[in-house]
Ligand binder design. Structure first.
Ligand code: PLP
Length: 366
């Protein structure tokens, strides 16, 4: 039997075209051919959201999505700044942890996993002159823990209203959901978005990136050797690279970005994810399997579902894997209650039809 289709939130099932691109010739990362590849990826990443290359820059680095988030937090919150992290899942809590490791002055606005962010509380905290002033806010755009899409544009406007910079983890939304980079300005709002090759862009793991305002990068600080975003950017701007990059992951991302643009960009990818996710949700509803979040709060990229009565996660996972699909467990305390299905990657409506049929067969046997 062929390898199962991946319904976990990255790495994704590759298209044949991206898979073939991985087998291109071995390449030294100090040769002009590599720098042409690097330049094309950086240009295409800005192109995903139509950003001007005078205001914005895409900085690549070797590592998983967390590497990009870590570089963003370690570099873009200068000393004498104070970071507020909006938490409503695993990844928001991870940013808080990263900031603590680097000794960044940080506080959290904590919410239960899956809860809506309290934007009035954010606005009040940014306005509160009786507490230490907040200079930066960090938020997860798509909290993959539950599939909740946080209102990034609204948060960016609130931050801009207070002259506060916003750093976004867009690791599981970049390319698949709308990101309004213009909701902020040079003096506040969204200044950086961290992403990765192997989620909505359909590349392979190994290369991650931060799309950042050049003005914010100019004020960057250095807290780490490897996660020094400005160093990566300066070297890349000068047709260079500080360290050995994952050359084959670059090949994959470049081809994935070409395919992405040809297929119609963010709008087309979002519509495709949404159609597949709605198809799965409708099939699940028919089997009595309920969505974990209200539909209006959920992303198109990933949806969480309550486990069906009488079927534990392991039984569901194993049966679906035998049928050719890898689903994803809940994290932490949610592990016993939910499962997650992502519709990222080279998937079709026919694939989702087979998935729903496999679930129906399992539910019928119960
Ligand atoms: C996947 C993901 C990450 C990074 O995970 P890695 O395993 O480091 O690639 C970060 N934030 C969010 C929201 C994610 O979904």
């Amino acid at each position: 039997m062929s390898a199962p289709l991946l319904l976990n939130p990255g790495p994704v099932t590759l298209s044949a075209r991206v898979r073939a691109a991985l087998a291109q010739p071995d390449l030294c990362h100090r040769e002009p051919e590599f720098f042409a590849l690097q330049d094309e990826i950086r240009t295409r990443l800005l192109g995903v959201y139509g950003l001007s290359n005078t205001e914005w820059v895409a900085v690549l680095l070797g590592g998983s999505g967390t590497a990009a988030v870590e570089a963003m937090v370690a570099s873009l919150v200068p000393t004498n700044s104070r970071l507020l992290v909006l938490e409503n899942g695993v990844y928001g809590e991870r940013i808080h942890h990263i900031a603590e490791i680097y000794g960044v002055a940080v506080e959290a606005q904590h919410h239960e996993w899956g809860a809506a962010l309290d934007l009035a509380a954010l606005d009040a905290r940014l306005a509160d002159a009786t507490q230490p002033g907040i200079t930066h806010v960090a938020v997860i755009h798509h909290e993959t823990t539950t599939g909740r899409l946080n209102p990034l544009a609204e948060i960016s406007r609130i931050c801009a209203g207070h002259g506060v910079a916003l750093l976004a983890d867009t690791v599981s939304s970049f390319g698949g959901e709308v990101i309004d980079f213009s909701a902020g300005s040079n003096t506040g709002g969204l200044v950086a978005a961290a992403g990765t090759a192997n989620k909505c862009l359909h590349g392979v793991p190994g290369v991650a990136f931060v799309v950042v305002r050049r003005a914010a990068l100019a004020q960057a600080t250095v807290r780490s050797l490897y996660f020094d975003l400005k160093n990566w950017c300066d070297k890349q701007d000068a047709q260079g690279t500080p360290y050995t990059p994952p050359v084959h992951a670059f090949y994959g991302l470049c081809e994935a970005l070409r395919e992405f643009a040809e297929a119609g960009g963010v709008a087309a990818r979002h519509a495709r994810y949404r159609a597949l996710a709605d198809q799965v949700a409708a099939g699940c509803a028919h089997l009595g399997i309920r969505e974990y979040l209200p539909r209006s709060a959920a992303s198109a990229v990933l949806r969480s579902y309550h486990l069906p009565d009488g079927i534990g996660y392991d039984a569901l996972h194993d049966a679906l894997k035998r049928a050719g699909f890898v689903i994803y467990a809940g994290q932490g305390g949610l592990a016993k209650h939910i499962f997650r299905i992502s519709t990222m990657g080279a998937l079709t409506a026919a694939d989702m039809e087979r998935l729903v049929q496999a679930m129906a067969a399992l539910v019928a046997q119960r």
